[in-house]
Design a protein around this ligand. Structure first.
Ligand code: NAP
Length: 249
């Protein structure tokens, strides 16, 4: 069955790959990101393959922006019953150098963003008595040097996921988390730049630690998200699936 999906942070990286994948599977996709014009490439790619998509500009951490974005998606594509909370930012620093702004920004985008988006979408899912929410966590939820803010947010995402799975299960809604390891995107490029090494070397060092011997691509994560969004995976809920080429990366 074709449905309406929202993918946040879908202008690029994992979100863009996920939006393309869900569109290929027949869903109409709202490609949501901070800046609507940044969504144009993902929307163009989907339409070029015969899919249906619109770009929507909204800050997921802003309650008013979230409400009007979801209203617009309902009017344009129909009630959203698939939500992928993917938007994310990094503000890495060791604890003693981490500012309050570094902490608040990361917690706000990942946790408040997932909360606001899920709250806005759940009424449409309850109405449909069917829904899928997939939240992007990370292997950093297990702890990662320089990422106290991000690790706390990504571990929080897993608790949030399990709680929504308990609350929403009776309405035919599943809620799961995908926790990627090292994935080649602008986010990992920015990390290489921050620590002052070339991206090729950074990728090679990362791959050496990964049991399958390569870094992940956005499509690897999109495949896992797609599994949780499928109509025949309705008995799988409250799970965190690590997509890291091994137990962790
Ligand atoms: P990315 O390439 O940096 O893309 C993230 C997107 O989210 C960007 O387009 C960004 O927009 C958007 N965004 C940021 N703040 C937003 C906000 N407040 N409202 C709406 N959109 C916002 O990141 P990625 O690597 O694809 O990561 C996607 C998700 O996977 C994130 O949740 C990340 O934490 C998680 N993850 C990534 C990796 C990895 O190795 N790449 C590993 C584990 C988990 P701007 O460009 O305008 O900022």
């Amino acid at each position: 069955m074709n449905r309406t999906a929202i993918v946040t942070g879908a202008a690029r990286g994992i979100g863009a790959a996920t939006a393309r994948r869900l569109a290929r599977e027949g869903h109409a996709v709202a490609v949501l990101d901070l800046d609507e014009s940044a969504c144009a490439e993902t929307v163009r790619d989907i339409r070029a393959e015969g899919g249906q998509a619109i770009g929507v500009g909204a800050d997921v951490a802003d309650a008013t922006a979230v409400t009007s974005a979801v209203d617009r998606i309902v009017d344009t594509l129909g009630p959203p019953t698939i939500l992928v909370n993917n938007a994310g930012v990094l503000r890495d620093n060791l604890l003693f150098k981490m500012t309050e702004d570094d902490w608040d920004t990361v917690l706000s985008v990942h946790l408040r963003g997932a909360f606001l988006m899920s709250r806005a979408v759940q009424s449409h899912q309850v109405e449909a008595q069917w829904g899928r929410i997939v939240n992007l966590s990370s292997t950093s939820a297990l702890g990662n040097r320089g990422q106290a803010n991000y690790a706390a947010a990504k571990a929080g995402v897993q608790g949030f996921t399990k709680t929504l799975a308990i609350e929403l299960g009776r309405y035919g809604i599943t809620v799961n988390a995908v926790a990627p390891g090292f994935i080649v995107t602008d986010m990992t490029r920015a990390t290489a730049q921050r620590i002052g090494i070339g991206f090729d070397e950074f990728v090679a060092r990362g791959a050496a630690e990964i049991p399958v011997g390569r870094p992940g691509e956005p499509e690897d994560v999109a495949a896992a998200v797609s599994y949780f969004c499928a109509s025949d995976t309705g008995f799988v809920s409250g799970q965190a699936l690590y997509v890291a080429g091994g137990p962790r990366a």
